[in-house]
Design a protein around this ligand. Structure first.
Ligand code: ACO
Length: 336
């Protein structure tokens, strides 16, 4: 059985920087509140004239391919994580396939919509396909355009200050080297809490004429509903659980972690996890300060930036962990 190894990382973030001060002009919020409660200082918003969910992912993937020295034609499968796809259907995976010129090769594209856990879910799926020998090279991407779904108003301020846009990608390849690459992945879900962090409308399960109404467009049901406190409380418990699960499965301890990349939902969540695991500042990677929460894109963007900064070295033990809507949560342990 082959292991899978990340051989290239890449990311793309839109050029437009939106600061907390910019948001102060749109709603009753303050730079101080946002920094104190979330750690976020700025985020990127897409340019509707040139950025799409799929083309941002394509740009990130091209960067990852170039860094890996792998030709796009070698890709056997795309696993695309997003909750903000270009269209309601088909998913963005096929659009990226076309943009990469892989429509000629008719490779499959799988779409994953597990919100903040989406990238690790996608990575886990790609890993299984490589382990079984079905595919050798897989592009795993996370891409999100959250800003066009936000309402910049007082009633939505607890949600709209948090999110940002961006994309990240990794190229996963089979390796014969024992103990290298992805050591394990763990995924969990608890649908009890599905409605604590969700967008209700326009949902499918109602009368045809009630699927999308003029009232909905004025209300909050087409926006993200988030029970922030509850999500926070569950997140800090599940993060620790799923990280320890990854370590225990592989006979490792928290002292063995060289770099933890947690999903970037709130700097206070990351700080709590860091403290609980006793990790020094150089053993955890955070970039929420610059990008906010980019949902499925946060982990691959962070991986790409950590790599650029020389923080991912051969044989480092790297742990990825995420928690989000569903609730879903997941981890991956990697011998880089
Ligand atoms: N600016 C100023 N004040 C605000 C803002 C804002 N943007 N937002 C909320 N407030 C106010 C509230 O109205 C409240 O005021 P009150 O005390 O007068 O009622 C006060 O600040 C505190 O509100 P809380 O909601 O209790 O604030 P909290 O400290 O919990 O922070 C936050 C809110 C940032 C949303 C936090 O709960 C959080 O990060 N939760 C977890 C989010 C998360 O992990 N999401 C998962 C990933 S997302 C996904 O899967 C799609």
């Amino acid at each position: 059985m082959k292991n899978s190894r990340i051989v290239g990382v890449g990311h793309y973030v839109p050029e437009r920087v939106v600061t907390n001060q910019d948001l102060e002009k749109l709603m009753d919020t303050s730079n101080e509140w946002i920094i104190e409660r979330t750690g976020i200082r700025e985020r990127r918003f897409f340019d509707y004239k040139k950025d799409t969910c799929s083309n941002m992912a394509t740009r990130a993937t091209k960067m990852a391919l170039e860094r890996a020295g792998v030709d796009a034609m070698e890709i056997d499968l795309i696993v695309f994580a997003t909750i903000t796809p270009d269209y309601l259907f088909p998913g963005s995976g096929v659009l990226m396939q076309r943009e990469l010129g892989l429509d000629k090769k008719t490779i499959p594209a799988i779409d994953i919509r597990n919100a903040c856990s989406g990238f690790i879910y996608a990575l886990s799926i790609a890993d299984q396909f490589i382990k079984t020998g079905m595919y050798k090279t897989v592009a795993v991407v996370g891409s999100e355009i959250q800003s066009s779904a936000m309402e910049f108003s007082d009633r939505q301020r607890h949600v709209s200050v948090i999110f940002g846009d961006g994309a990240g990608a990794v190229i996963l390849q089979a390796t014969g080297e024992e103990g290298k690459g992805i050591l394990s992945t763990h995924m969990h879900a608890d649908g009890t809490f599905a409605e604590e962090l969700y967008v209700k409308d326009p949902g499918s399960s109602r009368k045809n004429e009630e699927r999308l109404t003029p009232e909905m467009l004025k209300g909050e049901s087409i926006r993200a509903h988030m029970n922030g406190n509850l999500v926070f409380k569950h997140a800090i418990v599940r993060f620790i659980e799923v990280i320890m699960e990854a370590l225990n499965t592989n006979g490792k301890t928290k002292d063995d972690i060289d770099l933890l990349i947690p999903h970037q939902a709130n700097l206070r969540i990351s700080n709590f996890v860091q403290q609980k695991l006793g990790l020094s500042d150089d053993r955890i990677y955070n970039n929420i300060q610059r990008y906010g929460n980019t949902t499925a894109a946060t982990i691959p963007i962070a991986l790409s930036e950590a790599w650029e900064e020389g923080k991912l070295k051969e044989n480092d033990l790297v742990c990825l962990a995420a928690f989000g809507s569903g609730f879903t949560w997941a981890s991956a342990l990697i011998n880089w």
